[in-house]
Design a protein around this ligand. Structure first.
Ligand code: GLC
Length: 573
């Protein structure tokens, strides 16, 4: 047991490192987790009442995606008030109660900070619209004159990440000398998400206050949304490859991975460090959402006391291939924070692993569309692979993030009706990209009932995204008593991870199999732990070992002691 880590109020463990370096963090999409008041939308009281479930599962912290007031142009990532709770999701008293109950369960709370953009309904953007071009109100955002004779063309060729132009033209409230039509504002995402101008001092001051507001309420950390965006080249030059975002290429550009970010993150780190717990700095953390083309692009974020952690999405981006997985792991471990890297196999933006792994290929913009042919109930291969990936995730050095429902083996709901879809990606591409609703369908808690226990009331409103009719089979209640269920695998793995001295932060040593053991992914960790997985198509011999501590599937190991395809084991050395 990593004793100190579970001690309430302590920020460093008995081994002298910060709690987040090897924490298991559970990502909550609040609108889809649990609905206390029966209006079909998950809420903070619902989450609060399910904390015992999360404590029992064995997680150290929860990260909540935005629960702030929002017109929901992008599932809450369009924030109209950074210091409040959306009334549909509860109140500030509910949030405070969540933090307090979390403490009692030894579960820390991480909140989402959305600094690249706000909602077009945010009072400061509304003030910018009401003010004249060139005004201090407009200077907080990125307004420009259009090109063309009458400014009818956008200021440059940038495209929105969700499809369509990254610019929207406004109608000026005030008459403009010469009678020109309006300026354009930049939005790398939806038109309802205007980008802040981070070259404006007031924007810095505003976010400093937002960060302190949540830290003062006792949150343990921030997840920084689009942490690789935020700053733009002040000249706003045309993009040589305007489709690169749509094609999921995340190389440095005029609006991604700008060098100015490092100074910003150092200043935020200083704020975090000014909140010591029990005299130890490092109790409050931040993790950046950084989509990058290579580990080299991630490096500057972590250097010189920048962000404590940045996500790597390398396991999501790797094709189903042992060599690709090993390369992904090596790249991240070579970074400065390699020993405490956060790993992730899914989140609210990518199709569920169980469905994604039906395919051999890496995740890409069309993956959700490619899954439609599988429906949501034919995914045996994907489920087997997702169980393997879960054991890998939890055995790698560092911390691990689990997206809600992964522990239930929920598949992507690829066949949602068009009328039910909410994701701006679907809307802005006119349905060409199905978008991300399929991984956001409300959780099933009970095998039966109108919404499979999502709501705790007797006759709830339909859930905001429809659940498939067989959803109850995946429910928590259906899985709890079944030793072969996904949930039982996650619970066993989390227990072992907590108890085993080799797991969590640290290093690994690759173990090679015989030459013909294609597909073997095997590493040892000290003291006395071996992970072995078979991503190939034929059985492979297991390396020398003591006992099998945990197997991803009951038939993982064959009669000759061979490891079967798409199976993994945790071994004692
Ligand atoms: C991040 C979020 C995603 C959101 C986008 C814009 O990538 O994870 O859900 O749509 O930022 O805020």
């Amino acid at each position: 047991m990593r004793g100190g880590q579970r001690q309430k109020g302590r920020c460093v463990s008995g081994q002298g490192h910060a709690w987040w370096e090897d924490a298991v963090v559970y990502e909550v999409y609040p609108r889809s987790f649990a609905d206390a008041d029966g209006n079909g939308i998950g809420d903070l009281p619902g989450l609060r009442s399910r904390l015992p479930y999360l404590a029992d599962l064995g997680v150290d912290a929860i990260w909540l995606t935005p629960f702030y007031p929002s017109p929901l142009a992008d599932g809450g990532y369009d924030v109209s008030d950074y210091r409040a709770v959306d009334p549909l999701l509860g109140s500030m008293a509910d949030f405070d109660g969540l933090v307090k109950d979390g403490e009692a369960h030894q579960i820390r709370v991480i909140v989402d900070l959305v600094p690249n953009h706000c909602s077009s309904a945010h009072p400061l953007f509304q003030a910018a619209l009401a003010a004249a071009p060139g005004s201090p109100e407009r200077a907080r955002f990125i307004f420009r004159e259009g090109r063309g004779r009458d400014g009818e063309l956008p200021p440059n060729n940038w495209k929105s990440m969700f499809g369509g132009l990254a610019w929207t033209r406004v109608t000026e409230a005030l008459p403009i000398p010469g009678g020109r039509p309006g300026q354009w504002y930049l939005h790398l995402f939806d038109a309802g998400q205007p980008d802040w101008n981070w070259r404006n001092e007031e924007v810095h001051a505003f976010f400093g206050q937002v960060i302190r507001f949540w830290l003062d309420r006792g949150v343990a950390g921030l997840r920084v949304d689009v942490a690789h965006g935020i700053y733009k080249d002040p000249d706003l030059p045309d993009d040589p490859d305007p489709d690169h975002l749509l094609n999921a290429v995340n190389a440095p550009s005029a609006y991604h991975h700008r060098p100015e970010l490092q100074q910003l993150y150092r200043s935020w780190r200083a704020i975090l460090d000014s909140y010591p717990a029990d005299g130890f700095p490092g109790a409050r953390t931040a993790i950046g959402e950084v989509w990058a083309d290579s580990p080299g692009t991630l490096r500057p974020y972590l250097e010189s006391r920048g962000l404590p952690q940045v996500f790597n999405f390398d396991l999501i981006m790797a094709s189903w291939d042992a060599v690709a997985f090993r390369k992904a792991v090596d790249g991240v471990l070579a970074l400065a924070d390699g020993s405490r890297a956060p790993w992730v196999i899914g989140n609210h933006d990518v199709p569920r692993p169980v469905s994604r792994y039906q395919l051999d290929e890496a995740f890409g913009p069309q993956t959700a569309n490619r899954l439609v042919s599988f429906g949501h109930d034919r995914h045996e291969r994907g489920a087997r692979r997702a169980r393997l990936a879960a054991l890998l995730l939890l055995a790698l050095p560092g911390s691990a993030y689990i997206y809600q429902g992964e522990e239930l083996g929920l598949p992507e709901v690829a066949d949602l009706p068009a009328a039910a879809r909410q994701d701006p990606q679907f809307r802005r591409t006119h349905g060409q990209s199905l978008g991300r609703d399929g991984c956001r369908v409300p959780l099933p808690w009970t095998p039966a009932g109108a919404d499979f226990g999502f709501s705790e009331t007797a006759s709830p409103a339909p859930s905001w995204l429809p659940q498939p009719p067989d959803w109850g089979g995946y429910s928590v209640e259906a899985q709890l008593g079944d030793p072969s269920s996904f949930l039982s695998l996650y619970r066993a793995a989390l227990r072992l991870r907590r108890a085993h001295p080799a797991l969590g932060r640290g290093t690994l040593r690759w173990v090679d199999g015989p030459h013909d053991a294609e597909g073997l992914l095997c590493f040892a960790r000290e003291p006395g732990f071996v992970f072995a997985a078979n991503l190939g198509q034929a059985a492979v011999p297991l390396p020398p070992h003591g006992e099998i501590l945990l197997a991803s599937v009951p038939d993982a190991v064959g009669p000759e002691g061979e490891l079967r395809p798409d199976a993994a084991v945790w071994l004692s050395a």
